[in-house]
Every structure is written in structure tokens, then in C-alpha cells.
Design a protein around this ligand. Structure first.
Ligand code: C2E
Ligand code: CA
Ligand code: CA
Ligand code: CA
Length: 277
């Protein structure tokens, strides 16, 4: 029988029935989280490797839970994806990101905000139109956003994903393939999809300094991206050595704890003013 947890992970157990008591109580907690304003949007900087300039930030959600404290996304995003509630979370994230972009823009910051999309979002034919209405509401251009999609989210239903991505791209959104190299890569989709950016998964970047094979994977991904006319971002840059290696490989942008951890959106302006490469 399912017992209510007050601590520990909220990770969804696929063996539990979606109508079980535990699932229902998690669902109502998550609904409450959105309704009562318990979600927080953190920003992690993305920097140009040649100039060291702040080019953008990835938006990363956290749940400020009244009992559990700050809950990381891996403890509720997979559950939200299973139940379809991710679509509500994505709308909250996007609107919050639009508000932050407006504010950062008025403070003089010229950056792109990256927003993560999941499979469920890509299968929602109304998503492009919903995003477009929020852009109008907050008077923010679509070009202000980069939408990150994983390879596996695309491969779930490539035709429907492509239809959604084509419409998002036509609206002016930039598109990025997240966690590149970890999915069931079919390189063929890269040339069909209106993608602007590849993001090399941190599993390769974290170890490229010590593992020659991972360094080769990073190098060939950068070359592949550039040959296809795409910009390339490395995530998981944790030290200066990896920053230098990536710069020497002509990687375009880097994101990682070495430069900046995900931070409360209210701290971002101060961080970027004090940042020097
Ligand atoms: P992701 O999209 O691959 O996001 C990057 C993750 O890598 C973030 O974890 C970030 O904190 C972490 N990271 C960044 N730099 C470094 C580094 O130098 N070293 C290490 N070890 N890690 C680094 P986070 O914030 O815990 O998010 C985990 C995942 O949760 C994300 O992976 C994404 O799949 C999901 N997620 C987070 N926010 C959202 C959201 O708003 N919507 C959706 N659909 N998914 C989200
Ligand atoms: Ca991402
Ligand atoms: Ca990623
Ligand atoms: Ca990842």
C-alpha cells in the first residue's frame, strides 16, 4: 500500500497505478504547487567561449516545498511527464521566463532564455499558439527564446514533433537539441528539423579532460554541428581546463558550475555585472 512521504524523492514509480492513492496525492500536491506559487525559476548562464560574454541563460525549475524544502526537478519532472501535468508546468515556466526576459531587457541585458520542452509538449498541437499568446501578452519577441528538446522527445513521434517544431520555428523561436549524443541518435533528423543549436550532453563534457574518447566525441560533435551550420553549446563545464579545451575546439558556448550555478532569477543581473571571464 502507498504511504505518503514527507521527505525523500518524489520520483514516479512506473509500477504504481496512475489512479493509486499515492499518485493522486502527488498530483494534488503538484497542482497546489503551481496554484500557490511554490515553483521557482532558476537561471544558469550560457557564455560565449571566445569573448566570455553572457549570451543567455537556461531556465531550470525548482519546487520550494513547504515541508521538503527545495525539491530538484528530477524528483518531480519525470512524474509530471508521466501524468501529462508537465504541460501546465511548461506554460508556467514559459510565462515566468517571458516576465524575467522583459525585466532583464529593461535592465539592459541582451540575452536569450532557453526553455526545456518535453515529449508531451511536442505532441500538443496548440503549444505554438499558446506560446505566441504569451509573447503578445508580455510583449516579448519569439527570438528571445531558445527551446531545448531532447533527441528522445523527438524520436517518440518524429512526424508530430516535426510539425510542432516547424510551427515554433516559423514563429521565430530558436531551437536546440538537448543532451546530444545520449539519445537513439538518428542523424537524419538533424537536417530535416529547423534546429539552430546542438547542446553536448554533460556526460561527455565532465570527463573530456581525463577520457580521450570523450574528448574525441566532443570534438566530432562540434565539427558535425559546424558542418551543418549549427551553433554548439557544451554543458557541464566544471573547471578552467575544460573551458580552455572547448575554446580551442571552437565550441561556441559553455554552461557549467565553473562559471555559474543555476541561481534565483533575482540574482542574475548582479551575477552578470560582476562576471568577468
Ligand atoms: P537539463 O535540461 O540537461 O539541464 C541541465 C542540468 O545540468 C541542470 O540540472 C543543471 O543544474 C545541471 N548542470 C549545469 N551545469 C553543470 C555542471 O557543471 N556540472 C553538473 N554536474 N551539472 C550541471 P537540474 O536543474 O537539476 O535539472 C535537471 C533536469 O531536469 C534538466 O536537465 C531537465 O531535463 C529537467 N528540467 C529542469 N527544469 C525543467 C523545466 O522547466 N522543464 C522541463 N521539461 N524539464 C526541466
Ligand atoms: Ca536543457
Ligand atoms: Ca542538457
Ligand atoms: Ca541532461
Amino acid at each position: 500500500s502507498a504511504k505518503r512521504q514527507t521527505s525523500g524523492p518524489l520520483v514516479y514509480d512506473p509500477s504504481i497505478d496512475l489512479s493509486s492513492a499515492q499518485t493522486l496525492s502527488l498530483m494534488s500536491e503538484l497542482r497546489l504547487a503551481v496554484g500557490e506559487g511554490q515553483l521557482r525559476l532558476f537561471l544558469q548562464p550560457k557564455l560565449a567561449l571566445d569573448s566570455g560574454k553572457v549570451m543567455g541563460a537556461e531556465t531550470l525549475v525548482r519546487w520550494q516545498h513547504p515541508v521538503r524544502g527545495m525539491v530538484p526537478p528530477m524528483q518531480f519532472i519525470p512524474f509530471a511527464e508521466q501524468t501529462g501535468f508537465i504541460r501546465t508546468i511548461t506554460m508556467w515556466v514559459f510565462e515566468e521566463a517571458a516576465r524575467h526576459w522583459r525585466r532583464l531587457h529593461s535592465e539592459g541585458l541582451r540575452i536569450t532564455l532557453s526553455v526545456n520542452l518535453s515529449t508531451r509538449d511536442l505532441l500538443d498541437p496548440e503549444l505554438p499558439q499558446k506560446f505566441d499568446s504569451l509573447l503578445v501578452k508580455h510583449s516579448v519577441p519569439a527570438e528571445a527564446f531558445c527551446l531545448e528538446i531532447t533527441e528522445s522527445a523527438i524520436m517518440d513521434d518524429p512526424q508530430r514533433a516535426q510539425a510542432t517544431l516547424d510551427r515554433l520555428s516559423a514563429l521565430g523561436f530558436k531551437l536546440s537539441i538537448d543532451d546530444f549524443g545520449t539519445g537513439y541518435s538518428s542523424l537524419a533528423y538533424l537536417k530535416r528539423l529547423p534546429v539552430d543549436e546542438l547542446k553536448i550532453d554533460k556526460s561527455f563534457v565532465l570527463s573530456m579532460e581525463k577520457d580521450a574518447d570523450d574528448a574525441k566525441i566532443v570534438r566530432s560533435t562540434i565539427d558535425l554541428a559546424h558542418n551543418l551550420g549549427l551553433s554548439v553549446v557544451a554543458e557541464g563545464v566544471e573547471n578552467a581546463k575544460v573551458w580552455d579545451m572547448l575554446r580551442d575546439l571552437n565550441c561556441d558556448q559553455a554552461q557549467g558550475f565553473h562559471m555559474g550555478r543555476p541561481m534565483a532569477a533575482s540574482e542574475f543581473t548582479d551575477w552578470s555585472v560582476s562576471w568577468t571571464a
